[in-house]
Write a protein that binds this ligand. Structure first.
Ligand code: TLP
Length: 337
């Protein structure tokens, strides 16, 4: 199987499994798992924050951030297509009593700051209190411009908003821009990073921020059932990912670029702008044709997301040879072969 549905499908490498098997563990709810503690220090050091917290998933990590920044009746401003709004089962509203204010994203994945300003509620008891601006980088594979991040940080400061980054794939952005990840994360009050996507760990995310912020998040994590015990086995995979599997993301980007250019050369097949900025390629097929393509490819042991437009994601279990196989299969589909 060549699985391009998501970079969440990666399996731990032999080196990662060995690190997991050898992990020293303790009870992390007592703060006594040395491997979890090591992961949290490493993540904080890499992202450039005072502290970090190991969370079960990106969804949980983002929710902890929202609940730690906002109180009941507060509001966060977020992209209409952002994971923290659209794909987290409404957790902020359901569990945090936090009102989302979604806004349409620009084509390059940013939120127009003038539109954000217009959405900030005045200090009036009719309204929720706007407390937080949430960005995502990469946003559906797109890398947000560094100049925009600086503007967003200055904007948030000016308007008294905290700034959270859903950095599920922030290392993809850093590797693409060839900058230290702190060049990106340094603009934010909190950052959530997924270990279980392109970085290749089987489970987990890290939430990074100040010590008091992480202390608050730790309490919410316990309440949400995320206090794990001998979690060092999982944290060891996260450490391995951060130490050995960051720079190799460049290979995924190269494969995505190869895929995008291969698809573009097939008559009738297009890819969306910004496709292959990092590790995601979106086709421009109409949903119905996209569905048919997914069925056609599945019969050839290739998996792509069938719903709506097709998203094809490269990752560490996909090789350059696999990409060539996929291009050939899509060519066959488009030429009725
Ligand atoms: N994204 C998944 C699906 O949920 C859509 C995927 O296959 O891309 N932030 C971003 C930007 C994400 O893309 C995801 C997962 C998360 C957060 C949540 O991470 P998990 O799956 O660990 O809860």
């Amino acid at each position: 199987m060549i699985d391009l549905r998501s970079d969440t499908v990666t399996r731990p490498t032999a080196g990662m499994r060995a690190a997991m098997a050898a992990a020293e563990v303790g009870d992390d709810v007592y703060g006594e798992d040395p491997t979890v503690n090591r992961l949290e220090s490493l993540a904080a050091e890499m992202i450039g924050t005072e502290a970090a917290l190991f969370a079960t998933s990106g969804t949980q990590s983002n929710l902890l951030a929202l609940m730690s920044h906002c109180q009941r009746g507060d509001e966060y401003i977020v992209g209409q297509q952002a994971h923290t709004y659209k794909y987290e089962a409404g957790g902020a509203a359901v569990l945090g009593s936090i009102q989302p204010q979604p806004l349409e994203l620009e084509d390059n994945g940013t939120l127009d700051l003038e539109r954000v300003r217009a959405a900030i509620k005045p200090d009036d008891f009719h309204f929720a209190r706007t407390r937080l601006l949430c960005l995502e980088n990469t946003q559906l594979g797109k890398v947000l411009p560094l100049s925009y991040l600086a503007e967003a940080a200055a904007f948030a400061g000016k308007h008294g908003l905290a700034l959270h980054l859903d950095g599920a794939r922030v290392f993809n952005a850093a590797v693409k821009l060839k900058v230290d990840v702190q060049t990106i994360t340094g603009h934010f009050d909190s950052v959530s990073v997924c270990l279980s996507k392109g970085l290749g760990a089987p489970v987990g995310s890290v939430l990074c921020g100040t010590k008091p912020f992480i202390k608050t998040a730790r309490r919410w994590r316990k309440m949400l059932g995320g206090g794990m015990r001998q979690a060092g086995i999982l944290a060891a995979a996260g450490i391995f990912a951060l130490e050995h599997q960051v720079q190799r993301l460049a290979e995924d980007h190269k494969n995505a670029a190869l895929l995008a250019s291969g698809l573009q050369s097939i008559p009738g097949m297009g890819v969306e702008p910004f496709s292959a900025d990092t590790n995601m390629v979106f086709t421009t097929l109409k949903p119905q044709n996209g569905m048919a393509l997914a069925v056609f490819l599945k019969e050839r042991d290739i998996l792509v997301s069938p719903s709506g437009r097709n998203r094809l994601v490269t990752h560490l279990d996909v090789s350059e040879a696999d990409i060539r196989t996929v291009i050939e299969a899509i060519q066959q589909f488009m030429t009725g072969g």
